[in-house]
Design a protein around this ligand. Structure first.
Ligand code: ATP
Length: 518
């Protein structure tokens, strides 16, 4: 299946099976805002729990908070967001479509990379086992030409970003003959800065109302609570504060489903360290976070690190973890060494001393910060796109059939088991309910008696349920059921009182945590 088709199918599947709905759909939707349905919310909660527990349970020096979305507006002046949380936008005069100038150039870079990858894959096919990618990259003329092109464009792009040179960004777009994907023309406007923060007003009278921003990141809620948590929790550096919550950005372009939303959720952790140690911690968190992704079993080749072209105004090191989505490698998580920028700024703007007395050094300082920041929704899309498979299977009587299966890691699956009476009579439904009544305290169970057993299996495959338990006539005689495994489709007859431990062993988050080394 080509990747574009896969992406379209994912979007349709998400809607059809109650994972993700366009927001306000009966009013024709609202741009880049989505709602999570009955299965989506379960998957999303499981992802959040996987992250939260891996931070807060597995690290005794990481604690959590839940800060308000509304915050004092001066926070956003101090953090630099009022002045600098901008994206460069450009319009195409013919299609009237709006783009991010930096994204247009990044896509051009990805195109060149795509050409290199194609050459490599062709050669790999030709040479088979004897193929040496490194040597090929260093000697093939077409690859070398494209690599040179990429390097030159990348260097020019990074310089323009770092200087915030909008005219140069436009020039790069022109020089590279980048066209609007809709109109196909190069009739561009100038590049302008656009602030991504939403604002509203707080207070009932016009005179006393205060301009309030909807937070564009959850991190600032952590910084302004640094002293509260450090003091009340008697935390010793190094320590971290984790938070999961909504963030809002008035994104210029929002065309990639839940990849880029205007209202989304972040899972962020700020790790406070002694100045001078931040780059060591940066490396450590980079490793910890990539392990967390890889533990899900989606394949190491689907991840890569991407160094930032431009460091944010607060950072002295930054890297993205990228995942291979159906539309290419894209950022799911950022790891940033934010120096003492945020705490120092809040110290300056609030007039309150925000420091740590380090008893080992016998001195006070403003801690440095290493941040890990991941979008829940992008993570959700990662999980969905890595888990979606269409398979040809044996439909019985020698006929071929297909099934759509979400091979979700069992600890993340929205429904852990479905219990199905083979027929709707002779006491089988009651027996099935008895099983659910016993297991529902531990697992999200679903009862299903409608349609043929085959159809019921298909429905559960489509939402990624790892186990289907079938109650049949034999159950009534010897208290055994069949348990059917989603991925292998194999069935096994087991005693009812074994079901709980079989399932528990597979769906516990502990299975994932045990793969994390630190
Ligand atoms: P991008 O370059 O894609 O706009 P960013 O570098 O601005 O992302 P960060 O500010 O580092 O993103 O935010 C941290 C994480 O929050 C991202 O890695 C991503 O997973 C998530 N995120 C950011 N913006 C959005 C959005 N508009 N919709 C969904 N998730 C987002």
């Amino acid at each position: 299946m080509n990747q574009e088709d896969l992406f379209k199918k994912l979007i349709a599947h998400s809607k059809e099976y109650g994972f993700v709905f366009p927001s306000s759909e009966i009013y024709d939707g609202l741009g880049a805002v989505y709602d999570y349905g009955q299965n989506g919310v379960e998957l999303k909660n499981n992802i959040k729990k996987y992250w939260w527990d891996s931070m807060v349970l597995l690290h005794e020096n990481v604690v959590g908070i839940d800060s308000a979305i509304f915050m004092h507006p001066t926070i956003w002046k101090a953090s630099g967001h009022v002045d600098a949380f901008n994206d460069p936008l450009i319009d195409n005069k013919d299609s009237k479509k709006r783009y991010r100038a930096d994204v247009l150039i990044e896509e051009e870079l990805a195109k060149i990379e795509g050409k290199i990858d194609k050459e490599i894959e062709k050669a790999r096919g030709r040479f088979g086992d004897t193929f040496d990618e490194k040597v090929f990259r260093e000697t093939n003329n077409r690859v070398l030409d494209n690599q040179e092109k990429w390097n030159a464009l990348h260097a020019r792009f990074a310089e323009a970003l770092n200087k915030a040179d909008l005219a140069e960004l436009k020039q790069i777009i022109e020089d590279n003959e980048i066209v609007c994907p809709v109109s196909g023309t190069r009739n561009w406007t100038e590049v302008r800065q656009f602030n991504l923060m939403f604002s509203t007003e707080m207070g009932s009278t016009a005179d006393s109302s205060l301009k309030i921003y909807l937070r564009p990141e959850t991190a600032q809620g952590i910084f302004v609570n640094y002293l509260n948590v450090q003091k009340t929790g008697r935390m010793k550096i190094p320590f971290g504060i984790a938070q999961i919550g909504k963030a809002f950005r008035n994104e210029i372009v929002a065309r990639q489903f839940i990849f880029r939303m205007r209202e989304f959720e972040q899972m962020e952790m700020q790790f406070f360290v002694r100045p001078g140690t931040e780059l060591t911690w940066f490396e450590q968190w980079k490793e910890t976070r990539i392990q967390w992704h890889k533990a899900l079993g989606f394949g190491a080749a689907n991840y890569r690190f991407h160094e930032h072209e431009k460091l944010a105004h607060y950072a002295n090191a930054a890297v993205d973890i990228e995942f291979k989505f159906p539309f290419g490698f894209k950022e799911v998580e950022g790891i940033h060494s934010r120096t003492d920028f945020d705490l120092s700024q809040h110290q300056k703007f609030s007039g309150k001393k925000i420091q740590y007395f380090d008893p080992e050094l016998n001195e006070s300082y403003v801690p440095f910060v290493v941040e890990t920041s991941i979008g829940v929704d992008r993570m959700f899309l990662q999980v969905l796109s890595a888990s979606y498979f269409e398979e040809e299977i044996d439909g019985g009587d020698g006929k071929k059939d297909t099934r759509v299966v979400l091979r979700l890691p069992a600890p993340l699956a929205p429904v852990k088991l479905a219990v199905m009476p083979l027929i709707k009579k002779e006491g089988l439904p009651e027996k099935a309910r008895e099983i659910i009544d016993e297991l529902k305290f531990e697992f999200n169970c679903q009862y299903d008696e409608k349609d043929s057993i085959g159809k019921r299996y298909r429905r559960q495959d489509a939402i990624g349920t790892p186990f289907c338990v079938t109650v049949d006539h034999q159950t009534m005689e010897d208290n055994t059921v069949t348990i059917r495994y989603r991925d292998t489709m194999e069935q096994e007859r087991v005693a009812i009182d074994q079901v709980k431990s079989i399932i528990a062993g597979q769906v516990s988050l502990r299975r994932l945590f045990e793969k994390l080394k630190s």
